[in-house]
Design a protein around this ligand. Structure first.
Ligand code: PLP
Ligand code: ZN
Length: 366
């Protein structure tokens, strides 16, 4: 494969760094993005096995090694009758750890191995920690997951089962994140689903799959549960890659979905102030009070003519139950995407895709 130039770029100050630089943020404190030209060749794809690594020329890793992969991806895209209208659900809960975060973890751990580190850290109250732990186990790397005091017991048990060390940090999710970052020294990879741009070049493979599964078309709209934006931003990257390659004429309207109890992106998108604290929500996977990449999320949604909407706890409960009655067991965070259909009410003939982001087996109540 010919060598392609790519670099890390800070969106805040414009600084550029070499792609193999082991920094996880800019000197100015800004987050980094990848400048990289993805390639997708339908003729090449035709001969490849299913799975997210069939798009490897679109994933910014120059291979000296095999990907850290279970052969994951290629999740089904299934038409479903949802309250009288046709929607396509993408079964992203069917990953080895039960959520789409495996897409990002597979790419991040592949880079970690390529960088020659021995230890990876991540902070997460849930699925991102599970994904990092499982892929670190596969790669044979030591893994530490920093979790806030109130992290879900089921997910912390899952992290521990993979052999990762769970570091409980009293305080908020942000306190856990700060502690994780403070522990990053040379020889450690910060496999953050929030900071690491490589993670987003893993989640973007969902867009390529949807495009292939729809016979080379992009949907009109994608409804994505959104907290830190790792799936929404990935979808934006992936569909943008397809358009740049001339394989899609337009982008789908991206609609970020938040819980009304924690909806900072909705407020920012509508330019409305928010006062006071956010409440608790069952959609804990998207309960992010201060998302790092919020400007990027807003700009991406804006560029597609999309929207950011909120759903109530009641709507989330109803959607979770309705999905289960169709045989799809999903966690509340994931149900937020389905709940948004009645809020957005897309035109009847619109092609709407809803990724079902996380498995319900993780969130069954006693
Ligand atoms: C992480 C997660 C999301 C949201 O991802 P963000 O990166 O926070 O936007 C949605 N659903 C599930 C099940 C998740 O685990
Ligand atoms: Zn900078």
């Amino acid at each position: 494969m010919p060598e392609r130039q790519s670099s890390l770029a800070c969106q805040a100050c414009g600084a550029r760094f070499e792609v193999h630089d082991d920094r996880w943020c800019c000197d100015c404190g800004g987050y980094l993005d990848l400048e990289f030209e993805a390639r997708i060749d339908p003729a090449v794809l035709a001969g490849r096995p299913w799975g997210m690594w069939r798009y490897r020329e679109a994933i910014p890793i120059d291979f000296g090694q095999e990907p850290v992969s279970f052969g994951e991806g290629a999740t089904p895209l299934v038409p479903m009758n949802w309250e009288g209208r046709l929607v396509y659900v993408k079964l992203e809960m069917l990953f080895p750890t039960g959520s789409f975060k495996d897409r990002g973890a597979s790419v991040a751990m592949t880079r970690a191995v390529g960088m020659g580190v021995r230890r990876v850290v991540e902070d997460s109250s849930g699925n991102a920690g599970c994904a990092a732990s499982a892929y670190a186990a596969l790669a044979g790397l030591d893994c530490e997951i920093f979790v806030p005091g109130d992290a879900s017991a089921a997910k912390v048990s899952q992290v521990a089962a993979y052999g990762a060390r769970v570091v409980r940090v009293e305080g908020t999710r942000e306190d856990a994140a700060r502690a994780a970052r403070a522990s990053v020294t040379s020889g450690t990879y910060y496999a953050s689903h929030v900071w690491d741009p490589f993670f987003l070049h893993g989640t973007k493979t969902m867009a390529f799959e949807i495009w292939e599964q729809l016979g080379g078309l992009v949907p009109d709209m994608l409804l994505v549960p959104t907290g830190n934006g790792s799936l929404l931003l990935g979808a934006y990257l992936g569909f943008s890659d397809l358009r740049r390659q001339g394989l899609a004429r337009r982008l789908p309207r991206l609609v970020g979905v938040q819980a009304a109890e924690c909806a900072p992106l909705v407020r920012r998108f509508r330019d409305e102030p928010h006062r006071g604290a956010w409440g608790p929500t069952r959609a804990d996977g998207i309960a992010v009070a201060d998302p790092l990449r919020w400007k990027q999320i807003l700009a991406s949604v804006w560029d597609t003519g999309g929207d950011i909407v909120e759903v109530t706890e009641q709507q989330i409960d109803r959607a979770q139950e309705a999905a289960a009655r169709r045989g799809l067991l999903i966690e509340p965070t994931s149900a937020a995407g389905l709940a948004a259909i009645e809020v957005v009410s897309p035109p009847g003939d619109a092609c709407v895709v809803v990724p079902l982001t996380g498995h319900g087996l993780k969130s069954l109540r006693e």
